[in-house]
Write a protein that binds this ligand. Structure first.
Ligand SMILES: [Zn+2]
Length: 142
C-alpha cells in the first residue's frame, strides 16, 4: 500500500473504530493532522517514504532555528537540542524497514505523547498507527 492508501485507510478506519469505541463520530478537524501523521509514521524507517522526507525537513528546519538562536543568545540549550536532533536522525537511519516501527509496541509508545492533548487524541493516534500495520499486513507486538 502506498502513502495515499495508508492515509485514506487510516482516516476511514479511525472514524469507524473511534465510533465503536467512543460512541461518537470524530468531529475535530484538527485531529485529522494526527491521523495523517500517525497513519504514515511507521514508514519513517524507509528513506523513500514521504513521512521520512517530512521528518528530515522538520529536523533540518529545527536545527537551523537552533543555530540562529545559538548565534544570537549563545544558549547551551540550542546546542543540546541540535545534538538531540542529530541523535534522533541517526537512530532513525539505523532502523530496518518494516522492523520495529511496524509493531504494536511502537504504536503504544508513539501514542503516549498524545496523552498531553487528551486521551481521545491518543486513541485516535493509536488507531491510525495500527491502520498502517493492518495495511502492510504486519500486525505483530514487537
Ligand atoms: Zn509500512
Amino acid at each position: 500500500m502506498n502513502w495515499k492508501g495508508h492515509l485514506i485507510f487510516g482516516i476511514i478506519l479511525t472514524i469507524i473504530v473511534y465510533y465503536f469505541l467512543m460512541g461518537e463520530i470524530v468531529s475535530y478537524w484538527k485531529v485529522l493532522l494526527v491521523v495523517m501523521v500517525y497513519s504514515l509514521l511507521p514508514d519513517i524507517d524507509s528513506e523513500s517514504s514521504i513521512i521520512f522526507r517530512i521528518f528530515l525537513a522538520v529536523c533540518f528546519s529545527l536545527m537551523l532555528v537552533m543555530l540562529v538562536l545559538f548565534y544570537l543568545y549563545k544558549s547551551n540549550y540550542s546546542l543540546i537540542t541540535i545534538v538531540a536532533i542529530v541523535g534522533t536522525m541517526l537512530a532513525i537511519y539505523g532502523l530496518s524497514h518494516r522492523g520495529m516501527t511496524h509493531s504494536l509496541l511502537l504504536a503504544i509508545i508513539f501514542s503516549l505523547p498524545l496523552l498531553f492533548f487528551s486521551f481521545e487524541v491518543s486513541i485516535i493516534g493509536f488507531i491510525a498507527y495500527v491502520s498502517h500495520l493492518i495495511g502492510d499486513s504486519e500486525l505483530k507486538f514487537i
